[in-house]
Design a protein around this ligand. Structure first.
Ligand SMILES: [Fe+2]
Ligand SMILES: [Fe+2]
Length: 360
């Protein structure tokens, strides 16, 4: 490969795009990079990526360059119609250097968009053997599209397919994670009707306090998930067969004493949640060392656990009945009375600011 050759330029472009997988999370930005590379490296006036909507049997423009690029996203091509539709239907690449002489060219998109297609090169995009879309280059600036151009388009189409598949996997993971958290929360709250809404309220108050204390990034995420799942252990306190670390401990076998230990054991091996295991384990510790399970003192207790401890006590004022008319005063009194013994005085101070005294 000679420096400055078209092979080197292609390799550099593909390397740049592949590198950006790590830094660019947004799939549309990545696809725009890829279509720009198609346009540049095949010396075309425009390039586009169309994704298959299987349910509607049509291709939808997802990224497009060229002067009409931004307008293209509202258009779609039925599978089997036009050149992109033919490529999708047959799963074969095409090079057409004079579209007017090709009966597959309908001109529909040109009519609607104002673009004028002279030549086109299109290739199916596949993932695991299944069609996911079509990648195309339009209007070779000088001369005709060649086999070398087709190879460039094929390489970039593979990158586009990988981008789309990767984005879908990330989406699927996010979707699974979010719904699993909801499902676990429902399971916890289903143990006892007095717990209804408890997890989300504790998370909301914990995050209010955490934000006011300047907690951010990964620590803020841990605070949120730690708070949502702080009572997770309540789902299985009567069956400890699969939790030998808890089973072998000589502690009082009450739900109150067991649930922080059980909850932390349940999440500690889940990579996305392992950082909240200590938060769950210590959310019943008190700063004077009188809490459980480890009798930790002051700052030895994770900050998130100190925040959740206060939020949990505040929310437990709801238990056993409707919210009292003087709930806020009761919560403030509870926080002030426990400051320095149960609760971290700094956390109490911030809580009293966040939940200011109601005006008389
Ligand atoms: Fe708890
Ligand atoms: Fe709780």
């Amino acid at each position: 490969m000679n420096p400055g050759s078209s092979e080197t330029t292609l390799a550099t472009s593909i390397f740049d795009i592949a590198s950006s997988f790590c830094s660019i999370q947004d799939v549309d930005t990545l696809l725009t990079h890829i279509t720009s590379a198609v346009e540049r490296l095949t010396a075309s006036e425009a390039a586009s990526i169309l994704l298959l909507d299987e349910s509607k049997k049509q291709l939808v423009f997802r990224a497009a360059t060229g002067e009409k690029g931004s307008a293209m996203k509202k258009f779609y091509v039925p599978v089997g119609k036009g050149i992109a539709g033919w490529v999708a239907e047959h799963g074969e690449a095409v090079i057409i250097n004079d579209v007017q002489s090709d009966t597959r060219f309908t001109g529909q998109i040109d009519k609607s968009s104002g673009f004028s297609t002279r030549s086109i090169m299109a290739i199916p995009m596949k993932a695991d053997g299944e069609l996911i879309g079509v990648c195309e280059a339009l209007n070779k600036v000088n001369g005709s599209y060649t086999e070398a151009d087709r190879q460039i388009l094929a390489d970039l189409a593979k990158l586009a397919a990988a981008t789309i598949v990767n984005a879908k996997r990330v989406e699927d993971h996010k979707n699974f994670f979010t719904h699993m958290i909801d499902l676990l929360t429902v399971a916890v709250e289903g143990v006892d009707s007095s717990l209804t809404g408890h997890s989300y309220r504790v998370a909301e108050l914990s995050c209010q306090i955490g934000k006011a204390m300047g907690i951010e990034g990964a620590s803020y995420r841990d605070l949120y998930y730690g708070a949502i799942l702080h009572d997770l252990g309540r789902i299985t306190i009567h069956d400890l067969r699969y939790l030998p670390n808890v089973l072998n401990q000589t502690i009082e076998r009450t739900p109150e004493k067991l649930h922080p230990l059980v909850g932390s054991e349940l999440v500690k091996d889940i990579r996305l949640l392992s950082s909240i295991a200590p938060i769950i384990r210590h959310h019943h510790e008190y700063v004077d060392g009188s809490g459980h399970p480890d009798g930790l003192v002051g700052e030895d207790i994770p900050l998130a656990a100190r925040i959740i401890c206060l939020a949990e006590h505040v929310d437990e004022l709801h238990f056993g009945g409707v919210m009292a008319a003087d709930y806020i005063q009761q919560a403030r009194k509870l926080a002030e009375e426990g400051s320095g013994t149960k609760f971290d005085p700094e956390v109490v101070k911030v809580f009293l600011t966040v939940w200011g005294a109601p005006s008389a």
